[in-house]
Write a protein that binds this ligand. Structure first.
Ligand code: ZN
Length: 368
């Protein structure tokens, strides 16, 4: 375990006051102590964490303009490019030689420039965000990005006059709404989209016009945005899409060594309706899992008002309807209402089931 020198500890003590963190020796001592802490040393105890949190790394680490080492790399790069070398050993020797020749004053100037750099960055931040306060945790880049993204989103939403546009944009903020873009394209598991499907899926999310105004076979008028097809009971492909999703759920469970049966008989309701699938062996707590899938339209007239106020409300509403529908099965089975929306949001049951399947798949993969 590395023991810091008395001098380094002194630098560390002094450096606790940011105003004294001015020389290269101070910075060097700080970085070495942080590294020491990472290796498990308790020499500087929690103070090191305190400095990392409150004093030293108060800015996104990946910000190139604020990361002094980027400027030092640049200087080194220019110096090495002026030299000639013919093999790897010579190259490393040149690097070391030029590194040792970097003028101390220029490095000191860089360190001294930090307060101005920070002030300039903060001024730009206030200018860009209309004096919005910096995030609580400034060391995380995402915290900065979220404020800017939130302001852009608010500005976009306030510029919309159509409820459908507002509901569309809110739904698209949900985490699951963009998950389809991360799926590995595979025809085997049904995640390979053809070009036209991808084009339409993207256009719907961007609010683009995708078709000519025409009359649907159900009698309704389909506008140029094509939203009617997402909720029409006679929409072509509705049943195959429903079956495809259930097949994917079934195959996912089978991959976890849980055999399944689609549209199981024997557990039907009195009206003949039955859930979409059943696991043939217990899923949890000695009970089999049954699931019923539904996809409701975020922008359907029956959901539009709630979708404007709360993203995911249509899926939650469908979730509660499914729970009521299969209430009589919940004492003997683990029932999952797998409700999702056309514009992306999922109900909590669907998210939970996906997480559980993922955990079991991961565990199975590690075993094999
Ligand atoms: Zn229709």
């Amino acid at each position: 375990m590395e023991k810091p020198s008395r001098q380094r500890v002194r630098y560390y003590r002094e450096a606790k006051d940011l105003r004294k963190l001015k020389t290269i020796e101070h910075w060097s001592a700080m970085f070495r102590l942080v590294k020491t802490k990472r290796r498990g040393s308790d020499v500087v105890g929690n103070d090191c964490d305190e400095i990392k949190r409150n004093k030293l790394l108060d800015w996104p680490s990946q910000s190139p303009d604020l990361n002094l080492i980027e400027h030092i790399w640049d200087k080194l790069d220019r110096r090495v490019r002026r030299r000639s070398y013919s093999n790897k050993d010579q190259f490393f020797a040149t690097l070391l030689e030029e590194w040792s020749k970097l003028p101390h004053e220029r490095l000191q100037n860089l360190v001294d420039s930090m307060p101005n750099r920070l002030n300039e960055a903060l001024n730009k931040w206030y200018e860009k965000t209309n004096n919005f306060a910096p995030p609580q945790n400034p060391a995380i880049q995402k915290a900065w990005d979220e404020i800017i993204a939130g302001q852009i989103l608010d500005s976009l939403i306030s510029s919309f006059t159509s409820d459908k546009d507002i509901a569309r944009l809110k739904a698209l903020q949900e985490k699951e709404s963009g998950s389809w873009l991360h799926a590995l394209p595979s025809s085997y598991v049904g995640t390979l989209m053809d070009g036209k499907s991808f084009q339409i899926a993207t256009a719907l999310r961007l609010g683009c016009k995708i078709c000519h105004v025409h009359q649907c076979i159900c009698g309704e008028t389909v506008d140029s945005f094509g939203h009617h097809a997402l909720s029409c009971a006679r929409s072509k492909g509705r049943i195959p899409r429903h079956s495809a999703i259930n097949n994917i759920i079934s195959r996912s469970l089978t991959s976890c060594d849980i055999p399944t049966l689609l549209e199981p008989s024997g557990i039907s309701r009195s009206d003949g309706k039955r859930p979409d699938g059943l696991t043939l062996i217990p899923w949890s707590k000695g009970k089999s899992l049954i699931w019923d899938f539904t996809c409701v339209d975020t922008l359907a007239l029956s959901h539009l008002k709630s979708s404007v106020n709360y993203a995911g409300s249509a899926a939650e509403s469908a979730y509660h309807a499914k729970r009521r529908k299969y209430e009589h099965l919940t004492s003997n089975y683990i029932f999952v209402a797998f409700a999702v929306e056309t514009f992306g949001p999922w109900c909590r049951d669907a998210k939970d089931l996906l997480t559980q399947i993922g955990t079991r798949l991961l565990s199975r993969t590690r075993r094999s």
